[in-house]
Design a protein around this ligand. Structure first.
Ligand code: PAF
Length: 281
């Protein structure tokens, strides 16, 4: 496995592999089993696998955890090597953003809901780095986890709307044995919070089960919220049911519904979701 930090080195290696299928796994590092699932899938489906490790300042708000975001590049490189990654791109912020162009990408409507509501500008920053990575790596396929469902919906819509020549591959959320979604931020939970956090997924499961029986979105949301409030000290940021991928109010025309929640703990904000295929209910 090669590791490069500069755009010039990255471009040279991509040029040398341009006749191959290239799988890209964009990450912010501190890799866990969720990332491993993305890397394994990319390894299976492509001749050449590139993973980026870059804690992207553009997607953090002024009061968010950019400085505290967990980092462990040595461990990441070991995990990536074991997953059979061919190339790691690990640039500095200065390498990635050498000058301020003043030109921005604005997600608009899709970023005003769910996580976007309490993280203004976050998804604009995600698309900023993703656009650069697409242009630099020119991947055949790019891999995203379903845990970040709003991010996935925005990237899928962006790629579709602007004809990026890349296929977005959705990879299912990887969970701990007790159901908690794997996340780099789980390390910030206290022992008590970690034990309580299993109720996030339980609440989503109860809400989806309720909806399947009643088809009543408000009741399903109330059931989910009540479960979180009863079983955890975390504060609910949102608990919503929206259509997927447009994240709109539920209507009978929708094919998929997204049950999504975000919960604040002392030092971490956790997100999770369940996607329900309406036709299969
Ligand atoms: O999901 C993430 O880790 C980040 O948002 C991503 C896609 C790597 C962009 O920085």
């Amino acid at each position: 496995m090669q590791t490069v930090q500069t755009i010039d080195e990255l471009k040279q290696i991509i040029e040398a592999n341009k006749n191959k299928t290239i799988g890209l796994v964009p990450t912010m590092g501190y890799l866990h089993e969720g990332h491993q699932a993305l890397l394994n899938r990319a390894r299976k489906e492509n001749d050449f696998v590139v993973a980026s490790i870059f804690v992207n300042p553009a997607q953090f708000g002024p009061n968010e955890d950019l400085d505290r975001y967990p980092r462990d590049i040595e461990r990441d490189l070991k995990i990536a090597t074991e997953a059979g990654v061919d190339l790691i791109f690990n640039p500095t912020p200065e390498e990635m953003y050498p000058f301020e162009s003043g030109i921005t990408i604005q997600v608009g409507e899709l970023s005003t809901k769910l996580c976007g509501e309490s993280r203004p500008g976050h998804f604009d920053g995600v698309l900023k780095v993703i656009t650069k990575l697409f242009n630099l790596v020119q991947p055949t396929k790019v891999y995203f986890g379903q845990k970040d469902a709003q991010q996935l919906a925005i990237v899928e819509t962006f790629v579709h709307a602007y004809n990026f020549p890349v296929q977005v591959v959705r990879v299912q959320t990887v969970r701990e044995a007790d159901g908690l979604a794997k996340s780099s931020r789980n390390v910030f939970l206290s022992e008590v919070e970690r034990a309580e956090a299993i109720h996030i997924y339980k609440a989503l499961t109860l809400a989806t089960e309720n909806w399947k029986q009643t088809k009543n979105v408000d009741e399903a949301i109330a059931v989910g919220k009540a479960h979180i409030e009863e079983h955890t000290s975390g504060k609910i940021d949102y608990f919503e049911v929206v259509t997927y991928p447009l994240l709109q109010q539920v209507s009978e025309h929708a094919d998929q519904l997204l049950f999504a929640t975000a919960v604040f703990y002392e030092k971490a904000r956790l997100i999770d979701n369940i996607l329900v295929d309406i036709k299969e209910v």
